[in-house]
Unconditional design. Structure first.
Length: 259
């Protein structure tokens, strides 16, 4: 099974090479951004924004800076953790034609692919944690605890996406990986809307019916949730991965020739 995990990671060789360049770029840009927001032009722009806009507070400016850092933190995890390329590479190589002859059960073959998810997400998360240690030491925009919460949230969401990609790739078969990607994204979006139906409904009514627009608390609530509720995303990711593994294994054992 270890060999299968290595094989899956090697399918992402080009992606991992790009990941190395992305890390270097993110580290340099993030540090420059933090220094500028504390001592340079971005700090002056924040002060000017407060002077020119009475509707904005110091909290809004700080959260705006935090949002930019969140986007930086997303890049390393997102760039390394897409399982779609593994299925595409397997399809081109015809691996599914010989996989059944390997002395490895379907259960272990499927498990190795799910373990690859956490291996890749773990790589991205470790890089982000190291970057968070550096950034939190030179800025007061976000504490290390907030950084850590966002990293866990982002890695968990990517794990959910990758687990769904595996499930849909098994259901649809080779050659339909792009559809699996679309269905995975739609599943995450629809699930969020259903779970947060009352919240989404209230925001919709406030904006489009009552025409009140966004208030500051509502606008920054998702960011606060990402920072403070990382463990919730982690628990959901574990549950979705377990469910996806069970369904994928059940379908793969009956379809054959899909992994």
């Amino acid at each position: 099974m270890k060999g299968l995990i290595i094989k899956d990671i090697m399918c992402l060789k080009k992606q991992l090479t790009t990941f190395a360049y992305i890390i270097a770029g993110v580290v340099v840009i993030s540090i420059l951004y933090v220094l500028s927001s504390r001592f340079g032009n971005l700090a002056k722009a924040g002060v000017a924004l407060l002077d020119e806009n009475n509707n904005m507070s110091q909290v809004d400016v700080k959260n705006l800076g935090s949002m930019v850092l969140v986007l930086f933190m997303l890049i390393p995890i997102v760039s390394v953790g897409d399982m779609l390329n593994v299925f595409i590479a397997d399809g081109k190589a015809g691996f599914f034609k010989v996989s059944a002859s390997l002395p490895v059960s379907m259960k272990k073959r499927m498990l190795s692919r799910f373990l690859t998810i956490y291996a890749l997400c773990g790589i991205g998360a470790v890089v982000d944690i190291i970057l968070a240690l550096v950034l939190s030491s030179i800025t007061d925009i976000m504490s290390f605890g907030s950084f850590l919460g966002i990293i866990i949230s982002c890695a968990s969401i990517l794990s959910i996406y990758s687990a769904l990609v595996i499930l849909y790739c098994v259901i649809l078969g080779y050659g339909k990986e792009q559809y699996a990607q679309v269905f995975s994204l739609l599943t995450i979006i629809l699930s969020f809307v259903i779970i947060k139906f009352q919240g989404v409904k209230s925001v919709f009514i406030r904006i489009f019916i009552e025409e009140q627009g966004f208030d500051s608390v509502t606008f920054w609530k998702p960011l606060d949730y990402f920072r403070e509720k990382g463990y919730v995303f982690l628990i959901i990711a574990l549950l979705v991965s377990a469910l996806s593994y069970g369904l994928s294994l059940y379908i793969a054992e009956r379809k054959r020739g899909v992994i």
